[in-house]
Design a binder for this molecule. Structure first.
Ligand code: AMP
Length: 281
C-alpha cells in the first residue's frame, strides 16, 4: 500500500492506475477509523481494483467553536487498518497542500438539502464538505466514490454535487454500521465517557421507538417527535429531530410509504447524529 501527503505523487499514481485500465474507487474520510470506515473500503475493494482512501480533517467544515483541534487522529493505526482492507493508496494531505495561501474558491449548494437538519446549527459546514469533496474528486478522478448513510444529509448533498457539476463518477451509498448495542459508530464516540456512552444510546433508542410507533400505524410526525423527545430528553440536549422525505429532506405532514427519521443531539459536549429509514408496505 502506498501513502502520500503530496498532490503530484497522488496524481502520478492515479494516472498509472488509469493507464493499466484499473477502476478507481475512492473513500474520503477524516480518519480515526472504525468499522464504518472499513465497511466503505470493503465495498470499494469489491467493486474496484484500485482503491484510494483520503484522510483529511478538513478545517473548512468546522466552525471556529467546533472540535477541529481535538478531533481524534491516529494516522499510523489508520494506515495499518487500510492496508488490511487491501487499500492501494492512502492520501494524507497537509492543510497547506489542500488550501495553499491565496485559496479563495468554495463550492456551495443552494437547495432545500442544505437548509435543514445539520445546516441549521452548522451553517458553514456543508460548503466546507462540498468544497473539499469537489477538490478530492478532481484530484482522485474516481469511477466510484463511497459514502456512508450515517451522514445521510451529506450523502444526498454529495449526490447533488455530482449531478449539478457533472462529475464523471458514481456515488455508492453504504449502510450505517452500529456497535453491538446499537450506537452508530463515529470517530466522535471517542469523546464519550462510559456514562455518556450509555446516554448516547438514547439516539438509537428514540429512532427504534419512532419506528415501532410508525409500524403500529402512527402517521402524525408531531406525535412521533414527542415519542422521540421522551426518550432523548433525559439524556441529551436535542439539536433537531427530522421526520422527512428521504429524497428531498422536506418535512412530512403525514407519514406514508418511506420516511427518514433523523436526530442530532448533544451528550455532554459531544454532538452526535443518527438516522433510520422506515418503509411502510
Ligand atoms: P468521517 O471520517 O466521519 O468524515 O466519515 C467518512 C465516511 O465514513 C463518510 O462517508 C461517513 O458517512 C462514513 N461513515 C462514518 N461513520 C459510519 C458508520 N457508522 N457507518 C457507515 N459509514 C460511516
Amino acid at each position: 500500500m502506498l501513502t502520500t501527503t503530496n498532490i503530484s505523487k497522488l496524481k502520478k499514481e492515479i494516472s498509472k492506475a488509469k493507464k493499466n485500465n484499473l477502476t478507481i474507487g475512492f473513500v474520503p474520510t477524516m480518519g480515526y477509523f472504525h468499522k464504518g470506515h472499513l465497511s466503505l473500503m470493503r465495498a470499494a475493494k469489491k467493486k474496484c481494483n484500485f482503491v484510494v482512501v483520503s484522510i483529511f480533517v478538513n478545517p473548512l467544515q468546522f466552525a471556529p467553536t467546533e472540535d477541529l483541534k481535538k478531533y481524534p487522529r491516529d494516522i499510523k493505526r489508520d494506515c495499518l487498518l487500510a492496508k488490511k482492507e487491501g487499500v492501494d493508496l492512502v492520501f494524507i494531505p497537509q492543510v497547506k497542500e489542500m488550501y495553499p495561501e491565496g485559496f479563495a474558491t468554495t463550492v456551495s449548494i443552494n437547495s432545500t438539502l442544505t437548509k435543514t437538519m445539520c445546516a441549521v446549527s452548522r451553517p458553514t459546514h456543508f460548503t466546507g464538505v462540498v468544497t473539499v469533496v469537489a477538490k478530492l474528486f478532481n484530484l482522485v478522478t474516481p469511477d466510484f466514490a463511497f459514502f456512508g448513510e450515517k451522514d445521510y444529509q451529506q450523502l444526498l448533498i454529495i449526490k447533488k454535487l455530482v449531478v449539478d457539476l457533472n462529475f464523471p463518477l458514481k456515488i455508492i451509498s453504504c449502510p450505517l454500521i452500529r456497535d453491538k448495542d446499537g450506537l452508530a459508530l463515529s470517530s466522535r464516540n471517542k469523546y464519550l465517557s462510559p456514562a455518556e456512552r450509555t446516554k448516547a444510546l438514547s439516539l438509537y433508542k428514540s429512532l427504534l421507538a419512532a419506528k415501532e410507533a410508525i409500524l403500529k400505524g402512527e402517521s402524525n410526525p408531531e406525535k412521533i417527535k414527542k415519542i422521540m423527545q421522551e426518550v432523548l430528553k433525559p439524556n441529551t440536549k436535542i439539536d433537531y429531530i427530522k421526520i422527512g422525505n428521504p429524497e428531498t429532506l422536506e418535512d412530512l405532514k403525514i407519514i406514508k410509504k418511506k420516511v427518514l427519521i433523523a436526530v442530532a443531539a448533544k451528550v455532554g459536549t459531544t454532538r452526535l447524529i443518527d438516522n433510520i429509514v422506515v418503509k411502510l408496505s
